[in-house]
Design a binder for this molecule. Sequence first.
Ligand SMILES: [Zn+2]
Length: 377
Amino acid sequence: MSVPALVQTLASLIRINSVNSAYGGPGEREIATWIRAFFEQRNIEVREQEVFPGRPNIIARLPGRDPTRRVILEAHMDTVTAQRMSIPPFEPRVEDDKMFGRGSCDTKAGLAAMMHAVASLREEGIEPPCDVWLAAVVDEEFSFRGVVKLCEGLTADAALVAEPTDLRAVIASKGVLRWRIVSRGKAAHSGKPHLGVNAINHMARVVLALEEDHQRLASQPHPLLGPATCNVGIIHGGAQVNFVPDACAIEIDRRLLPGETAATVLAHYQTLLDALKEHHPAMDVTMEPPMLTDEALETPSDSAPAQLASAVLREMGLDPTLRGVPFGSDASKLSRQGIPSLVFGPGSIDQAHGAVEFVDLAQVERAFEFYRRFILH
Ligand SMILES: [Zn+2]
């Protein structure tokens, strides 16, 4: 494999707009077709797995010496929106050994490196020790339906998930839980507020209670991930300034630590609300079912894939420390399926989703090397 070929592939992937349909983009159809052709041209077995109509996962397979064992390389094909970018999103440009464009670092660089790692083995006629699957999946940036579909009935001995980790091996990440709390009041003329019930005032107490509770979370950090967090990101309420508002709603983003489940966390916040209601009988606040849940990732540091990743990084002269990151990925879903999973990829999460997105090309090349060595070990 020549480095220019890898860079070319990355540029081709960026050129295809694959903004998630949930963000008004065209989705993954075109990029999926391109990736499929990439493997077909190299005589590598490849198939589509439909997730949504016209939005398939692409799964390529390289048979190994031991077909009972399998390693999965997984990367998502979708990106976040390209609106508000200050550079042309789909015109890949190289400057200072960096590739610019939407998806360059999240996560088309990792995807391209994985594709070439698999292709290079086929090209050189090297049979890997176990079966290798490369799964390019849809919908990571919105609701994880691609990986959920991939996981149906799936077994494997290890999975590597491409996300920008700055070439660090990641074994732990926080989960996330998002839900709404709604407060109901009674509308009245603002000149006679005592005739109404102010839903915003009641919600204010809820927001403060959540903030106080957040301090408690801060005192219980996870060794790799730090503390769980709770952020009220949206508040809506009131219709007009001269009305007593009859409704107010907030949306909460709660980051979960390994071991926390949606059910126990929601139960905790319900208790919190119940305690508030006891002090304020007129308060009518309810929690809605979660809009999004994603469990945390925690792959044991002494598991075979974690140890292997660490050994490969040491061999390559890179930082072998196993890390935690504050962002979620498809890895937690693979891990829940019983597959020990790690996140590893080129680029920094600081550039992901940004107005200017880029990836360091030297890192892309090293990621290619890492994936290849990981497979061969
Ligand atoms: Zn990503």
